[in-house]
Design a protein around this ligand. Structure first.
Ligand code: SIN
Length: 500
């Protein structure tokens, strides 16, 4: 007997994009949010630096944000999408405040704004000093729990989308006992986040396997700009692999220097913008410097700043480093570039609509075109809010059309096996980290492609009803899309750096 549930709107993902979209939907709509882990986990919670946007500012300041976004993205951004992003930022930020988000203010109650790489002026709001994502998410979750029309399901992972006659009709979800549940919905919103799990080291949660992108790909939807994987220049360096603690770009924004293992500043050799260049340039410069100094990390130095300022401005980073015996007011912070953000994703229009009727995508899994070849710092949370609102507006317009869903449910015929696919997952991460990292060559990309194609074909031969099977299939799927698109783009641009 199949378990069937039904909603007006099904949202897959509980990060900022998913939750904010839910909050902007009409309160008469019955909404289900499904997350594969706990609702308080996910990369939005880990965002430190802040959320960019000109609030109560002039048209000139918005134009500067527009220009900075295009420049960071090497001018291959979608200009209409960027215009929307910067022009609608003011409303978006004010709306977050009205929904209960408490950004940091000075003693007179004025919002404090910080600076990060690629921004020509201070336009980034933050909360809890360097704990912005966590604060935004917990404030919004408090608001969400008051909405009786929205229900959250944890540890339930969508494995395939249901569709019929050119329309999405819901999704198949598996619960933690590996039982399938059929979720019917008039509208489905993919807000499943990025692809950090396909790299050895990432600032993402380890469960970010590109699930939404892979499901959309299996339906034949267009996935774009996947070669533009952004590497954050400064994750905390330690000897463990996996999810890495971020040392926010705002630390450089507040004046920290990058130094090589000899203790020498080096950014000036690579760009006049020095530490405040866009991320692609800083990561590539660090990579070069590590290569030239035969080392696997560099340092950040903020020791020359007033120590009370540093402790108050970066309480999370201060505490994390202290746990590792590093007092950032006195010691250098060891850092290394790691996977951070996917600029590409599922192609959507300016209202988050995919090419499949009633299917939307928003946040990191979506390709709106705002980021171009490299995202400007702190534009990602802004994208979630600006485009989440647009998705909700589009759905709200058609809410009267929500109707009983007729669909012949597929018979999944999946075996319940205990395979764990550990080796494939590990090899995927190793290949991506070696050949599809900051520096890429045709030979390396082809080598990774050959091995992963073999794994992909083997995975498709079996059908296993387990989270691990689908996560592995999704990881290999998105890794191959990144590789294929990296092979197609022969020139270096933004975060895609070909040395052949
Ligand atoms: C950071 O704080 O450096 C991350 C912010 C972002 O990814 O935009």
């Amino acid at each position: 007997m199949k378990e069937i549930r039904q909603y007006d709107v099904l949202i897959l993902g509980g990060g900022l994009a998913g939750i904010y979209t839910a909050l902007k939907l009409d309160s008469n709509l019955k909404i289900g949010i499904y997350v594969k882990d706990a609702i308080n986990k996910g990369s939005s919670n880990l965002a430190q630096g802040g959320i960019a946007g000109e609030i109560n500012s002039s048209k000139e300041k918005k134009d500067e944000h527009y220009e900075d976004t295009l420049k960071a993205g090497s001018y291959v951004n979608d200009k209409n999408a960027v215009r929307i992003l910067v022009d609608e930022a003011d409303d978006a930020l004010k709306d977050l405040i009205s929904l209960g988000v408490k950004f940091d203010v000075d003693k007179d109650g004025n919002l404090i704004k910080t600076l990060e790489g690629g921004h020509r002026s201070r336009r980034i709001l933050h909360a809890g000093g360097d704990d912005t994502g966590n604060h935004i998410m917990s404030d919004l979750r408090n608001t969400l729990y008051q909405r009786t029309n929205i229900k959250v399901f944890e540890n339930e992972m969508a494995i395939e989308l249901l569709h019929q006659d050119g329309e999405v009709k819901g999704a198949i979800v598996i619960n933690h006992q590996n039982e399938e549940i059929y979720i019917l919905a008039n509208k489905v919103v993919l807000a499943t986040g990025g692809i950090g799990a396909i790299y050895q080291n990432t600032t993402n949660e380890k469960f970010n396997c590109g699930d939404g992108i892979a499901m959309a790909y299996r339906l034949g939807l267009k996935i774009k700009d996947m070669e533009f994987v952004q590497f954050h220049p400064t994750a905390f360096y330690d000897d463990k692999m996996g999810q890495k603690f971020l040392i926010s770009e705002a630390v450089r924004g507040e004046g920290a220097y990058l130094k090589n293992i000899e203790g020498e500043r080096f950014m000036e050799k690579y760009t006049p913008l020095k530490e405040l260049a866009p991320r692609d340039i800083v990561s590539q410069s660090i990579y070069r410097e590590m290569y030239d100094t035969f080392s696997d990390h560099v340092y950040l130095d903020i020791t020359y700043k007033d120590s009370d300022f540093v402790k108050n401005r970066f309480p999370t980073i201060y505490k994390h480093c202290l746990d590792y015996g590093i007092d950032i007011t006195k010691d250098l912070i060891p850092v290394v570039p790691v996977e951070h953000f996917l600029c590409g994703g599922i192609e959507v229009d300016l209202y988050g609509r995919t090419a499949l009727k009633n299917l939307y995508a928003v946040g990191e899994c979506a390709f709106t075109g705002v980021h171009g070849a490299n995202r400007l710092a702190s534009n990602s949370l802004l994208e979630c809010v600006v485009f989440g609102k647009r998705v909700a507006e589009d759905i709200n317009k058609t809410k009267d059309q929500c109707e009983k869903i007729n669909i012949i449910l597929p018979d999944m015929k999946l075996a319940k096996k205990k395979y764990n696919f550990k080796d494939i997952r590990q090899e995927t991460r190793e290949l991506m980290s070696r050949y599809v990292f900051i520096v890429r060559t045709k030979d390396g990309l082809e080598m990774a492609k050959k091995i992963l194609t073999k794994h992909y074909k083997n995975l498709l031969k079996i059908n296993v009803l387990s989270r691990y099977y689908y996560e592995t299939l999704n990881m290999v799927t998105v890794a191959l899309i990144v590789i294929n698109q990296a092979l197609e783009r022969k020139e270096s641009i933004g975060s895609h750096f070909r040395i052949d």
